[in-house]
Design a binder for this molecule. Structure first.
Ligand code: HAX
Length: 419
């Protein structure tokens, strides 16, 4: 059904893009300063992304929907929305859920590889290794070798993408059970949805935790095209690498402490506060603790953002869940206290352009409460969700015929002579 819906929409999207390029192809949409060239290309408008956009003042908008308007939808619904631009009706939702169930079985070689990895491997390394290993089964790579026309690239990208997303709950849960010696892997329960089944296979059978997983795996799905993971993935995909290689590339970026790994760093920081004060401290004491942390040359994890200039709506959504479900928990209380204390401290320090919390400031405290205490695992959850965004961007870019990514770099000598 998804193939059919996209086959109808894609010619319209292609036509629209062609007429935009014909009409406005020479219009300048961004200038580049020397500081931007040295500054991580921050703020340069140099690529397009149809699935989502991030506005500095209101945060993430998915296919036209402000995130806080759609926090009730499931990961499967958001995947459909990212791919097609529409929310699925009941039939379409059932179809994508069935499709994911059909392809959920994990090839035996994945478990063999995971089990032979060093026992202290980081869960993110295990995840990207597992994903890359499935390249051997890539339909896109096989069809490309057989010489399919360019116009069909997106179809096989979608087929690989669905198979990959379908397998993520079992792979991610398997990594958890292997890496943290939780016992045998748990077989899927086909009566459950994608996120609920993941919670079940982790071994955490709490209905509120299943609800949290539905929210968690929806909220992290996409964050436009220029963040490290999305951009890495789309760059690798632009060379027509398979979805398995392209997603793994993106997730290796997500594994960096300034990006997705910040959620493990953030909980570590909160636990440090709890240990230091034996509970939730007074605001004055917490303020001093934050200053000491900053003065030791470290960033406050979970705060700041390259694009946002307001509290991250994903943070707001998680805070609402926390207030509804775990408001008296001491770790959650520290997270709330940090939300009061950190923005004024960062403002006073005057360096961070955005003193507000991002998604990672709170997500870990919720996971910890429900017994998912191994915080170096948290980025794996982020990855499961973000894979849906990377696959959707890849399908669309291939359908629109976006060429290989190749920005131009210059040397400092060039800048001295030409700027
Ligand atoms: N604590 C202390 N200093 C901070 C800060 C924070 N939370 N956020 C930014 N700054 C500092 C920067 O380190 C930089 O200092 P220098 O000039 O000395 O290098 C200065 O403020 C200006 O930075 P910026 O322009 O405001 O921020 P960037 O776009 O360069 O970086 C980051 C954005 C998210 C990487 C940054 O805010 C940060 O390091 N935050 C903490 C880590 C974190 O929470 N990362 C998760 C981000 C969300 C995400 O991608 N999740 O996956």
């Amino acid at each position: 059904m998804l193939q059919k819906v996209l086959s109808e929409k894609i010619p319209r999207w292609q036509k629209e893009i062609h007429s935009v390029i014909n009409e406005k192809g020479d219009v300048i949409i961004s200038d580049v300063s020397v500081s931007q060239a040295y500054g991580g290309m921050r703020g340069i408008k140099g690529l397009t992304c149809e699935t989502s956009s991030v506005s500095p003042d209101s945060g993430l908008i998915i296919r036209g929907y402000p995130l806080l308007d759609i926090t009730h939808i499931s990961p499967e619904e958001v995947f459909y929305l990212l791919l097609t631009g529409d929310l699925p009706n009941d039939d379409a939702l059932r179809d994508i859920q069935n499709n994911l169930k059909t392809h959920q079985d994990i090839p035996g070689y994945v478990w063999q590889i995971l089990k032979t990895m060093p026992p202290d491997s980081h869960p993110m390394t295990m995840l990207t290794t597992a994903i890359q290993s499935m390249q051997v089964d890539s339909l896109f790579a096989r069809k490309y070798d057989e010489g399919i026309p360019k116009t069909d690239y997106w179809k096989w990208t979608l087929e690989d993408g669905i198979r990959l997303v379908a397998k993520l709950p079992a792979i991610a849960a398997g990594i958890y059970r292997i890496r943290f010696s939780k016992g045998d892997r748990i077989t899927p329960d086909n009566s459950l949805d994608w996120a609920g089944n993941f919670a079940h296979m982790l071994g955490i059978e709490d209905d509120d935790f299943k609800k949290l997983m539905r929210l968690y795996l929806m909220l992290h799905c996409d964050h436009e095209g220029g963040n490290v993971s999305a951009f890495s993935s789309l760059t690798v995909a632009s060379a027509l690498s398979s979805p398995y290689l392209s997603v793994a590339a993106g997730l290796n970026g997500l594994a960096g402490p300034l990006h997705g790994l910040a959620n493990q760093g953030c909980l570590k920081f909160v636990l440090k506060v709890r240990e230091h004060f034996d509970g939730c401290p007074s605001q004055e004491a917490l303020k001093q603790f934050c200053w000491d942390h900053l003065n030791s040359g470290q960033v406050i994890p979970g705060y700041g953002h390259a694009v946002l200039r307001c509290p991250d709506p994903r943070f707001i959504a998680f805070m609402a869940f926390g207030k509804d479900h775990i408001k008296d928990d001491d770790i959650f209380s520290i997270v709330r206290a940090l939300f009061e204390v950190v923005p004024p401290v960062l403002n006073e320090q005057g360096k961070a352009k955005n003193p507000w919390p991002n998604v990672d400031a709170v997500s870990g405290s919720l996971l910890y409460y429900y017994g998912l205490t191994e915080f170096n695992y948290y980025t794996v959850l982020f990855s499961m969700s973000r894979t849906m965004g990377m696959i959707s961007q890849m399908v669309i870019n291939r359908a629109l015929g976006i060429p290989i990514t190749r920005p131009k770099s210059v040397t400092t000598d060039w800048i001295k002579q030409n700027a």
